[in-house]
Every structure is written in C-alpha cells, then in structure tokens.
Design a protein around this ligand. Structure first.
Ligand SMILES: Cc1cc2nc3c(=O)[nH]c(=O)nc-3n(C[C@H](O)[C@H](O)[C@H](O)COP(=O)(O)OP(=O)(O)OC[C@H]3O[C@@H](n4cnc5c(N)ncnc54)[C@H](O)[C@@H]3O)c2cc1C
Length: 321
C-alpha cells in the first residue's frame, strides 16, 4: 500500500485556491482522506480561517517577510519540503503564470508526473486521479491519469465554483520555513495595465475579432460594455498580431465563464470557442451567415458590427432608463 495520503491544495491566488478547495473537498471525501492547503506569505491567519470554513481540514502556514511576494525557488522549497514530510497523494496547484512552472518544477523534484490545466478532475475505480484537459488545438479532450504518487495537476481559474463558507473545523499549523538562497532577484515589479476586473471574473464580456477594422473602433465595444457593466475582450489575432489588446480569450488565452458573451466579428474557430464554451449565453454578431460562431451561439445577428453595436447600445440604454 502507498504511503501517500491526503489532498494538498496550493495557489498564489486566493480566489483560485478556494475554487480548487471546493473540488478537492469532494475528491478527499471520496477517498476518505484529509484535505489540506498551504498558504505562503505573511500575516495569513485570516486567510487560514477562510480556508477552513471553505473545507480545509488542515492549513499549513509558511510565513516570512521574504515570502510576501512570489519567488519561484523559495515557494518551491516550501512546497517540496511539505510534500516530502507529509506525502500527500494528490497535489492540486492553481494554473497561474507562477503556479504552472512551480508545479512542473515540483514534479521534477519529486520524480512524478504533472498534468497541466485540468478543467475537470475525478477519481477512477483504482482511486487514481484523472485530469481532463483540452488538447490538439482545442479539437479533443484528453483524460490523463497517473502511474506515480504524488499525482500533481494544475487547475485553471473558473473551472470550479468557490464553496460557500460553512461551520467546518480545521487545524492551522505553522511551518518552520527554511528559505533557500534565491538564484534570482526581482529588481522591480509593476502592475499590468489592465482594467480593474479580471476578464475571467467578468459577468458580461463584449469581445471583438478581426471584423474590427481599426484600433480606434474599439470605442464601439467599450460603449456597449459600459452600458452592460461588462468588460471588453478579443480574439487572439487582435492581441498577438495587431497588438491592440494585451490579452485574449480562448484556448491559449483566458477561459471565461460570463453570464453573457457577445462575440463581434469573431469567426468562432475551435481555439476561440474552447475559451468561451462555458458562457451562459452567447450572442454572435457576424456579417457572414455561415460563420462557425453561429453554431454555438444562443442568439445570432447576421450583419455589420459597425451598424449593430451602436443600435444595440441605444436599444439597451432605452430599456434601462
Ligand atoms: C495553437 C493555437 C492556439 C490558438 N489560440 C487562440 C485563442 O486562445 N483565442 C483565439 O481567439 N484564437 C486562437 N488561435 C487563433 C485561431 O485559430 C483563429 O485564427 C482566430 O481565433 C481568428 O480570430 P477572428 O475570429 O478574430 O478572425 P477571423 O477568423 O478572421 O474572423 C473574422 C470574422 O469577422 C467577420 N467580420 C468581418 N467584418 C465584419 C463586420 N464589419 N461585422 C461583422 N462581422 C465581420 C468575418 O465574417 C469573420 O467571421 C489559436 C491558434 C492556434 C494555432
């Protein structure tokens, strides 16, 4: 019998930790094992209480001023030390830009496997973790399981719902952290210039594709997004090729889950659709009636976005007044 027991959750983003914790609770209950989470940083007691209310049986605290900001080697040494000492059978890590390399490095140190970006997680009849991730450019879903323990997977934002806090009891344990001397040094950190709300969190997204002819025409989307209290997004070519936006929606960009997604001048190829398929309602505006986006849209408007967006904005404004 394996000496590994328990499920451990870590993310450098608190919201994502909670989302993963909800699913991890289900997995731990199924395996009749303990659920723990690791918090790294400083002054973490309040966060630890939230984790317990949201299902953690144990919260490990790695507190040190040097850990206040993410530092790859230091965070890795804490996580590695914990994994060696407590031997969890499953380690779930938030799929953030810090979390992904951290998970890969941890897997290397522990000589085990790592499945990135699991949008679904389950346990098979042999009690092995099964991760599901989109593959082949969004054309297939791979179900992957593990041969070795610990089983490490990363989980993207919004894959799972945050649990409601309950009267759950748990234990807080302070770790005696010994930080490895970092090989790198952060000289300066600047916040990314984006809007206040992360696009993954937005309830309404007005998104544009190559149907938008000039950068300045973005005002049409901004106007509609403003009346709907939403956010503006885009397809990859507008960010990566034209550099009109800093981030995009889709398989290689943000996976979103809004109540309303309005796709304007977006053809709807699989790589874009992979990022929006969990939206509650999709409205497509496209001048080509054969555009694939209409196959997944709940409502379709065939026409020119330059005419439809201002008309839609005015109609919604009238409804609101
Ligand atoms: C590995 C890989 C990963 C990728 N990841 C992503 C990803 O994460 N996200 C992503 O978006 N793409 C991704 N792509 C790119 C993807 O394959 C498509 O090239 C891209 O999504 C197309 O963007 P688009 O729909 O804006 O442009 P197009 O496919 O050129 O479509 C433009 C649409 O606008 C319509 N249109 C034009 N003018 C108007 C008008 N005036 N009014 C209304 N409609 C109009 C046209 O009919 C057309 O349907 C990826 C590609 C690869 C290979």
């Amino acid at each position: 019998m394996s000496e590994h027991r328990g499920v451990l959750v870590f993310s450098d983003k608190q919201d994502l930790t909670l989302e993963i914790l909800g699913k991890a609770r289900e997995i731990a209950d199924g395996l009749q094992t303990e659920l723990s989470t690791l918090l790294i940083g400083n002054n973490l007691q309040e966060k630890a209480d939230t984790m317990i209310k949201c299902g953690a049986d144990k919260v490990y605290l790695a507190e040190d001023q040097a850990l206040e900001r993410f530092q790859a080697e230091a965070y890795l040494s804490v996580l590695h030390g914990l994994a060696l000492e407590h031997k969890p059978e499953i380690i779930l890590i938030g799929s953030t830009k810090n979390g992904k390399p951290l998970a890969a490095r941890l897997a290397t140190r522990l000589e085990t496997g790592c499945v990135p970006d699991c949008a679904r997680l389950s346990v098979d009849e042999k009690n092995r973790l099964v991760g599901e991730r989109i593959t082949y450019g969004g054309n297939a879903v791979a179900k992957i399981t593990f041969k070795k323990k610990p089983q490490i997977a990363t989980v993207p934002s919004r894959a799972f719902e945050k649990p409601e806090p309950k009267d759950h009891k748990g234990q807080v344990m302070k770790l005696d952290v010994k930080i490895e001397q970092p090989k790198t040094e952060t000289i300066e950190a600047k916040p990314l210039e984006t809007s206040n709300v992360r696009i993954e969190e937005a309830e309404v997204i007005v998104s544009c594709g190559r149907g938008l002819q000039k950068k300045e025409d973005r005002i049409l989307l901004d106007d509609l997004a403003t009346v709907l209290c939403g956010q503006v997004g885009c397809s990859r070519p507008l960010a990566e090729d034209r550099k009109w936006f800093s981030e995009w929606v889709g398989l290689s960009g943000h996976k979103v889950k809004p109540k309303l997604y309005i796709a304007c001048g977006i053809s709807g190829v699989i790589q874009h659709v992979a990022g929006i398929r969990d939206s509650k309602t999709i409205v497509a505006i496209n001048k080509d009636p054969e555009a694939p986006i209409f196959e997944i849209a709940d409502y379709g408007i065939v026409g020119d976005l330059y005419e439809i967006l201002p008309a839609l904005k005015e109609a919604i404004k009238k409804q609101i007044q």
